[in-house]
Design a protein around this ligand. Structure first.
Ligand code: KG4
Ligand code: ZN
Length: 368
């Protein structure tokens, strides 16, 4: 992948490790300056096959699967980057939020490597890694407005600087990815649900079912998806037995509803963030659901209409990966922020520590 040896390159060379949910990943990033990152390797092994029969991620199985392959994945990432452990300037690892068993696998491995090679350890917040990915992929530096949409989180954040975030909105029940996954499960589309629902929605009629648009027009840019999921279930039950065309129309109508909600909530956040952002009118989308094409197009239209530029990582870096962890780690390393070897794994780790927990705010400690 990268014929030029990593050794001797100018910049900060960081190995990233990600094991917070159902992807085991390692990557090597070279940070050459602010907004100047080079992805030298990016290895991701998904565990979908192990979890598919349970139609969701089983924490025990996830942790065990990370143990089984993490050493190989790290070796592969170093080899592809033509880097040896002594070449590294630091080792970054997701320390939370996420499934605690998996986090501990990654963190223990990173600590062992850091100790053995006498390298600094950087404990990375998984949400922050998603939030900063555009710095690696596009060279975009804060401030910007961020929509973080994944299997465990749905948040609108103001990214003031690396390490400084204000939460403007969050979900009061399900995360958006969770709503996609539950809809897929209901319709028998398998796991993970987001890509399956998106595939079925293509060619479906988004106007056939008038699903609710929860939270639209509310002042605070919060989200709610639980009612929408129930509406899809009710509609599906009325149609049973479901034909393929029904499933396509249900998926398309669901996708249209969530897209309308997200666009409305982002528009509200743009109003609120306007003064803070000044001329830096950038809307960034990140997290697994940012791979959704319809959502991307709708947000691109919204951004254009409001004088914002829309930024989204390439699809391969929307879902969980270690490139984003290595990059976030490098951002902290150059700012002199490293962690001691007794840093704990954290199942729950909000980006904006001062934000009020919202009543019923979904799987708060869950994966991102
Ligand atoms: O960030 P991510 O890879 O993992 C964490 O949650 O940390 O996000 C996974 C979520 C899942 O809920 C998955 O169904 C959703 O992202 N997703 C999508 C798409 N691809 C993945 N949702 C809608 N459309 C997609 N194309
Ligand atoms: Zn994630």
């Amino acid at each position: 992948m990268n014929p030029q040896p990593a050794k001797g390159r100018a910049g900060v060379l960081v190995l990233g490790i990600e094991t917070s949910c159902d992807e085991t990943a390692a990557a090597v990033v070279l940070r050459e300056g602010p907004g100047q990152g080079r992805l030298l390797s990016n290895v991701v092994r998904s565990q979908w096959e192990q979890h598919r029969q349970f139609e969701g991620v089983v924490p025990e199985i996830a942790a065990r699967a990370h143990v089984e392959c993490l050493d190989d994945i790290v070796g592969e990432a170093l080899a592809q980057a033509a880097a040896d452990l002594p070449d590294l300037d630091g080792i970054a690892v997701t320390a939370g939020p996420g499934l605690i068993g998996g986090l501990m696998v990654g963190l223990t491995t990173a600590k062992a490597l850091a100790l053995a090679c006498e390298k600094p350890l950087i404990a990375v917040n998984h949400l922050e890694a998603h939030a900063l990915t555009v710095g690696l992929t596009e060279g975009l530096t804060p401030p910007y407005l961020l929509l973080l949409v994944s299997g465990g989180h749905t948040q609108l954040l103001l990214v003031h600087d690396v390490g400084r975030y204000t939460r403007l909105g969050t979900t009061i029940d399900d995360a958006l990815g969770e709503a996609f996954d539950k809809t897929a499960k209901l319709l028998g589309l398998g796991f993970p649900g987001g890509p399956a629902v998106e595939r079925m929605a293509r060619g479906g009629n988004p106007q056939r079912f008038a699903f609710p648009r929860p939270m639209v027009d509310r002042d605070e840019p919060h989200f709610s998806f639980a009612g929408l999921k129930t509406a899809v279930r009710r509609q599906a039950l009325q149609l049973v037995p479901l034909h393929e065309a029904d499933i396509r129309d249900l998926c398309a109508s669901f996708e249209a509803a969530v897209t309308d909600v997200v666009v409305d909530r982002c528009a509200r956040a743009m109003q609120l963030a306007g003064a803070e952002l000044g001329d830096a009118k950038h809307l960034v989308i990140a997290g697994g659901v940012a791979a959704n094409q319809r959502l991307r197009e709708a947000l691109a239209n919204l951004a254009e209409g409001r004088g914002f530029a829309l930024h989204a990582p390439p699809i391969a870096l929307c879902g969980d990966n270690a490139a984003m962890v290595a990059w976030a780690g490098a951002e902290h390393l150059v700012r002199g922020r490293t962690d001691s070897l007794d840093v704990p794994a954290r199942a729950r780790w909000p980006l904006d520590q001062s934000a009020e927990p919202i009543l019923g705010a979904g799987r708060l400690g869950a994966k991102a």
